[in-house]
Ligand binder design. Structure first.
Ligand code: ATP
Ligand code: MG
Length: 180
């Protein structure tokens, strides 16, 4: 499984349609302070279902939509699409290429897509659960996060380890089964 590219439109500082390709190997993103490096990492977390505006350094979710600059009006919509190569079937789905998209309008309307078919957030969460790349996973460590992990309570740290070890999914299944 490999991240092939990301397309960002109207998300944070990316007013224009921006496509970033990730060729095989390692990719580094460099740039001056405030140029948008963290915004790229946040756009990946967002499309994978991040629900906390605070985790994206905002107070409400529409804060992720481009809010205008000295020479540009604000936009009404943010959209991010992640393209993943899944030829190795790392993610258990018949698709060899996966396109995951999320859109948000200023009025709060929001939608998710898997390969251009509208879906629920849950479909995306389920797809990535225990792959180590989904919502809340540790594949993306934001600034200040390492410190938070060190300072977390044992029970929180346990849940981080369970997530990394891939047992979280089974705990969720158990909880659902117990409720039924
Ligand atoms: P550093 O090296 O300091 O970590 P960075 O490259 O990670 O910087 P970011 O934090 O990704 O930079 O980008 C910050 C910029 O994004 C700021 O200029 C901020 O004004 C802009 N920004 C954030 N949200 C929005 C938004 N909704 N609309 C327009 N610009 C935004
Ligand atoms: Mg940064």
């Amino acid at each position: 499984m490999q991240l092939k590219s990301i397309e960002i439109i109207g998300f944070k500082s990316f007013a224009d349609k921006t496509r970033i390709n990730f060729p095989a190997g390692m990719t580094g993103i460099v740039g001056p302070n405030g140029s948008g490096k963290s915004n790229i990492a946040e756009s990946i977390r967002w499309v994978l279902g991040e629900q906390s505006a605070k985790n994206l350094r905002g107070s409400r979710m529409p804060d992720v939509i481009f809010s205008g600059s000295t020479d540009r009006r604000s936009l009404n919509m943010a959209s991010v699409t992640l393209t993943l190569d899944n030829t190795d079937q790392f993610i258990k789905t018949p698709y060899s290429e996966l396109k995951i998209s999320r859109k948000l309008f200023r009025n709060g309307d929001s939608s998710y897509y898997i390969n251009e078919n509208q879906c629920r957030l849950k479909d995306i969460t389920d797809l990535f659960m225990d792959t180590g790349i989904g919502q809340g996973s540790l594949s993306i460590i934001s600034q200040g996060n390492v410190e938070n992990i060190f300072n977390s309570k044992p029970i929180e740290r346990r849940s981080i380890i369970e997530n990394v070890a891939g047992v979280y999914k089974y705990k969720q299944h158990k909880l659902t089964a117990q409720k039924e």
